[in-house]
Design a protein around this ligand. Structure first.
Ligand code: SAM
Length: 282
């Protein structure tokens, strides 16, 4: 392929070079379809001035698609074998762009600072089992990120983008909505990965907007409590959080929320308002 993107044969070769047996617990499913890569880069609307943060570059499939489109790419990879092969892969295929890439070997869930200019966009085929915590951690850590386009398990995509009152709406939907406007941006079949996962995937876009008025930690605590007992009304579900069912009811009423409502019905703004109510004696 003339644009240097990795096809199935190259992915296999690279994996063989490393004697890599993809690790399921690290969500190692590598993209080997150039059209999907181009589609991700296009959907992310990467601009020439963007500093892109990629989590889990793996064998470099998406990295090679991002480099020509962005000013810089910072890639955080937990697997040392992959982190050390990446400069070689990129250097072989796009020597002209190799100096745009910074590789950080580490756990994206634990990074606290990154080298180079602050990233403006997160674009990643995320490791599936940690996709939501990675997304939330990075949005919190890096206010410079003004948008994200991530590839995740289809079910997670649906949850992240769900709005109040729908069955997929839950903790990930509310917490993602704290940071921005989230929308689904298409589906990706399992065939474009090696090894093939047993679920389909979905693209999710997030555009940052100011959070609702209120405290994030306090809001997230009440969100966790509200969805912890999904089948209960909020008065009961929030009893422990508030100190007692009566205290929960008083705070719900103070926030203008019907105590018999369920967590699924509240928007992130409702949760923030509820978290900001004065604690009452149980
Ligand atoms: N971007 C590549 C692609 O599209 O082909 C690989 C994507 S693969 C779904 C996920 C990648 O994330 C793997 O390379 C894996 O080693 C890496 N990874 C898993 N957990 C990670 C973590 N906590 N921090 C950083 N990278 C991680």
């Amino acid at each position: 392929q003339t644009d240097g993107l990795l096809g199935p044969a190259v992915i296999r070769d690279l994996a063989q070079q490393l004697d890599l047996r993809p690790t399921k617990s690290l969500g190692q499913n590598f993209l080997h379809d150039a059209n999907t890569i181009r589609r991700i880069v296009r959907t992310a609307a990467v601009r020439p001035d963007d500093v892109v943060l990629e989590v889990g570059p793996g064998l470099g499939s998406l990295t090679l698609g991002l480099l020509p489109a962005a000013a810089r790419v910072t890639a955080v990879e937990i697997d040392p074998r992959l982190a050390s092969l990446l400069p070689v892969t990129v250097g072989d295929r796009r020597p002209d762009l190799a100096d745009r890439l910074t590789i950080v070997e580490g756990d994206a869930l634990r990074v606290t600072d990154l080298p180079g200019p602050p990233p403006t966009a997160l674009v990643a085929n995320l490791p599936y089992n940690v996709a939501v915590p990675v997304l939330l951690h990075l949005l919190e850590l890096l206010p410079s990120l003004d948008r994200a386009l991530i590839l995740v398990q289809a079910e997670v995509a649906e949850r992240l983008a769900a709005g109040p009152g729908t069955s997929a709406y839950g903790v990930p939907s509310v917490k993602a909505a704290w940071y921005g406007e989230v929308r689904r941006a298409g589906t990706v079949g399992r065939r474009v990965f090696w090894p093939e996962p047993n679920v389909d995937s979905g693209l999710v876009g997030l555009v940052r907007r100011p959070p609702p008025p209120g405290d994030r930690r306090a809001t997230f605590a009440v969100v966790d409590a509200a969805f912890g007992m999904r089948r209960k009304g909020l008065r009961a579900a929030l009893a422990r959080w508030a100190g007692s069912p009566a205290a929960a009811e008083a705070r719900l009423r103070a926030a203008g929320i019907d105590p018999s409502a369920r967590g699924e019905q509240l928007s992130v703004t409702d949760f923030a308002r509820l978290a900001a109510t004065d604690p009452v004696l149980p």
